[in-house]
Design a protein. Structure first.
Length: 217
């Protein structure tokens, strides 16, 4: 039997804790988040601390860390706090390059849409634009905010957004379902590594005996 390395987070540096976190939780879906500043500048940035949290109401969460360079809030966080809205655009193999370009720290008055060569598309309910090249856009209104840790490098702001409108490209949608093999999403791994979905397999849920089923009171 293999031996285990045991590590106490309290004895690790912030950098080492981060590396273990992103190396262990893989693959992570990528939220390509578009927002609009109070001045009307369209912002675009990727976040891999992202997932769904509820289906009724339909909600998702993204976590934005503070900038490691100066400990300040990222533009995405500032914009969500100012406008209470954002769009999550799904990252696919076709746009992974432009997505990576938007991860650079541009000034607040510069739109990452232009730097990455991506097109803005109008949303239906909110003012923040969608990424036209993404096959799925989820318009969100802010549902709840949770501050984690003390403001500064390593801590984060958790935003829960309620999905108020879906945009799904016709060719990846069938009978109420998203066709993953046609969507071709990309996941985030550790460091600068990513992963496509090349193989998909099904595992049927187990059937249990009646005596083992949860009984309603």
């Amino acid at each position: 039997m293999s031996e285990y390395i045991e590590l106490d987070p309290n004895a690790l540096s912030m950098k080492d804790k981060y590396k273990l976190l992103i190396g262990a939780i893989v693959p992570r879906p990528i939220a390509f988040v578009s927002t609009l500043s109070k001045e009307g500048v369209a912002n675009l940035s990727p976040f891999s601390f992202f997932n769904g949290v509820s289906s009724d109401p339909p909600c998702l969460m993204i976590s934005t860390t503070y900038r490691s360079s100066d400990g300040e809030k990222k533009d995405t966080a500032r914009n969500i706090e100012a406008t209470n809205e954002f769009v999550v655009n799904v990252v696919t193999e076709e746009i992974v390059g432009p997505m990576n370009q938007t991860s650079a720290e541009y000034a607040q008055d510069i739109s990452e849409f232009k730097k990455a060569g991506l097109s803005q598309a109008p949303s239906k309910i909110i003012k923040a634009p969608r990424v036209a090249e993404s096959p799925i856009n989820l318009e969100c209104k802010l549902y709840q905010t949770l501050n984690i840790g003390n403001p500064g490098p390593g801590s984060s702001i958790l935003f829960i957004g309620e999905i108020v409108y879906y945009h799904i490209r016709e060719d990846i949608y069938q009978d109420g379902r998203i066709l993953t093999e046609k969507l071709k999403p990309v996941g985030r791994l550790a460091g600068t590594t990513y992963c496509p979905i090349r193989e998909i397999f099904n595992i049927p849920r187990p059937i249990i005996e009646e005596a083992d089923q949860v009984k309603s009171l």
